[in-house]
Design a protein around this ligand. Structure first.
Ligand SMILES: C[S@@+](CC[C@H](N)C(=O)[O-])C[C@H]1O[C@@H](n2cnc3c(N)ncnc32)[C@H](O)[C@@H]1O
Length: 274
């Protein structure tokens, strides 16, 4: 049975308050389809009853589960390939030259979902810049979703996940079959440190970053939240660092301190020299 507007707005408000994610007005079907399995698990007969249950108890595990189900966590290995090509051809060579003295690189994937994005960067480092394993490379990956972070930390992927974006050569080299799943190599797993962070809230201490991946997440926020997040990113990025956004995202009209820089067909953002 379809839910009414009052229930839909309850879910929209819950999501907005806890994650800053804006659920558009035409997304009622998404609430119904994503919460139906959870309603079943929670022992109620409909999404309407699930929301009734949520309303009548203080914030807890069930609310958290609803938020997790409502998040769009779509991701895959080497998504949109161009930023990874830019990393290989321009960004790492440039930073390796500049940081050769202290041999330190800090990389942050700010909304990493189930981990394919940071692991793609880790595999790229291993393949193309193996000597960086002798540097101090910090690869921090964060997300708000504990469900996604559990998968990311395990580094264990289904056949479907492994078949999306990952070249066969890298699958053979860095993954081992475990029943129906694929387990990532321990050396790659250990290159990434996962943290639970809400990027719309005050961040804990993070080191200044050479590379920030903030891809396919700004689209879910309103303009003020996008601005707030980009200000934090601006403060965290080193003056000669690189920011990558999703293909449909931009800093334009949101933060004037960034300027886009084209590498073939990829765009990275750098801080303007003032
Ligand atoms: C569509 S996925 C993008 C994953 C990856 N960056 C990529 O491009 O493939 C968006 C991710 O943003 C996360 N997210 C949404 N709101 C967030 C917030 N306020 N703080 C941190 N992560 C958030 C979601 O949990 C989800 O995993």
């Amino acid at each position: 049975m379809p839910i009414n507007n009052r229930d839909f707005n309850y879910i929209r408000r819950l999501l907005l308050d806890r994650t800053s994610v804006v659920l558009e007005e035409d997304k009622i079907y998404l609430v119904e389809s994503r919460l139906a399995p959870l309603a079943k698990d929670a022992g109620v007969n409909s999404v309407e009853q699930l929301i009734f249950k949520l309303r009548n108890q203080s914030f807890g595990t069930l609310h958290q589960q609803v938020i997790e189900e409502m998040m769009t966590t779509e991701t895959f290995f080497f998504r949109d390939i161009r930023p990874f090509e830019a990393l290989e051809k321009f960004v790492f060579p440039d930073l390796i030259e500049k940081r050769n003295r202290d041999r330190t690189l800090n990389i942050w994937c700010a909304a990493c979902s189930s981990g394919q994005e940071p692991y793609s960067i880790a595999m790229l480092i291993r393949e193309e810049f193996p000597y960086l394993t002798r540097w101090k490379v910090s690869l921090i990956a964060s997300d708000i979703s504990s469900k996604m972070l559990d998968i990311a930390r395990m580094g264990c992927y289904s056949q479907h996940q492994i078949s999306r974006g990952l070249p066969a050569k890298l699958r053979e080299k860095y993954f081992a079959r475990q029943g129906t799943k694929w387990q990532i190599d321990n050396n790659i797993l250990q290159m990434v440190e996962f943290l639970q962070l809400n990027i719309a809230e005050t961040l804990p201490y993070l080191p200044s970053m050479d590379i920030i991946f903030l891809r396919n997440v700004l689209i879910y926020f309103d303009v003020d939240t996008k601005k707030k997040i980009l200000t934090k990113v601006q403060q965290l990025l080193r003056p000669d660092g690189y920011l990558f956004l999703g293909a449909g995202e931009t800093t334009i009209n949101l933060n004037n301190y960034f300027e886009p820089l084209k590498f073939n067909k990829a765009v990275a953002y750098r801080l303007r020299k003032i």
